[in-house]
Design a protein around this ligand. Sequence first.
Ligand code: GLN
Length: 457
Amino acid sequence: TSSVELTQQFLDRIKNEDSKYNSFITVTEEQALADAKAADQQRSAGNATPWTGIPFAHKDIFCTNGVRTTCGSRMLENFAPPYDATVTENFRKAGAVCLGKTNMDEFAMGSSNESSHFGPVTNPWGAGNDQKRVPGGSSGGSAAAVAAHLVPAATATDTGGSIRQPAALCGITGLKPTYGRVSRYGMIAFASSLDQGGTMARTAEDNALMLNVMAGFDPKDSTSIDREVPDYTATLNEPLKGLRIGLPREYFSDQLTPAMEAQIRAAIREYEKLGATVKDVSLPNANLAIAAYYVIAPAEASANLSRFDGVRYGYRCENPKDLMDLYTRTRAEGFGTEVKRRILVGTYALSHGYYDAYYLKAQKVRRLIQQDFANAFKDVDVLMSPVTPSPAFVQGEKTNDPVTMYLEDIFTIAVNLAGLPAMSVPAGFMDGLPVGLQIIGDHFAEARLLNAAHQFQ
Ligand code: GLN
């Protein structure tokens, strides 16, 4: 098959199927077919990389030169960046064919993809039923598009669970790399000390191929880490004999439904059959992760989102009276409810007189959580747990209760606070809905995670 044919097939699928899921915000058909044609020429000239001519999609948080990049917000509804994110550029250089930009929660704030200005995304699982389910968030468009075979792979980002949770709810494989492994340059900032770009595809092998292109040092990102990038596909077939798995006691608690726990424990027994050993470990401060995150992430978001002022770029209100009116109405009209909630919480937490009580304390808790993981990794190679307390919930079920929504990330958020890599791997079904197994590694253990996921698949 030529890339032009392959690209056309996926574009047709998007055209015919995506009205059911709303997983794309923008489809770049013309550009994709032109890129596919160029890729076919590269291939016949003998200059192919593993990605030459392969279709994929970008979460609409990665800047794409000349192609609008909305971040799921009215604020950026008509924003076409004049440059590429480093991740975008890497895929372009590898010859991959971008089909478009996927839907997401506004500014990546959410766990259900219901906060997008471009409408909610529907999970392909159960999409034909009366009660439609959420795909998870914030990378729900990427997850739904991969799950529905609209695209073989998609980029995503994870600040508190936004790769792993939607991957789990849509029954696909997702990887959040170590903080600093993938450049954040041109990836619209939410909470800069937590944001990390990563991968979504059906298999661990495809995730490895994506990470091969995405990982690496970038002088344009001050927190990028200068460290060799292995070939992540090279170790996929290593045997797992002797792999030491830790089960964090705190993640097998009463938040977990018994059926979900049974599913996860069955997956772990499969690992024992592959020669792994299993022991209980403890992350004593895990119960503080959500509270610390919902101080730190909004604080950083309130600072990052101050740039959307109606002056520099993006949405601007009509007929401003004066500069103050321009700022306030632009932001009042351009941002949705969840984004405003985060800005208010973050501004409050950072304000004089509250800084020590909230932000500083949250940073101290963050350090304790990091130490918990460091202690656990003295005895084990990887940690395993559920990704979510239960499978995909019904649309609308949690939209009026932000705290219940925040609890969706109870098993994923500590990983971001500690900067660790982690995966979500499909681990069977519960009531006909997919369940995800979380595999957490020590810093830069991506190859080991991918190996463990590949052997399970
Ligand atoms: N659900 C979390 C939040 O709303 C995490 C989002 C993310 O990882 N981008 O903040």
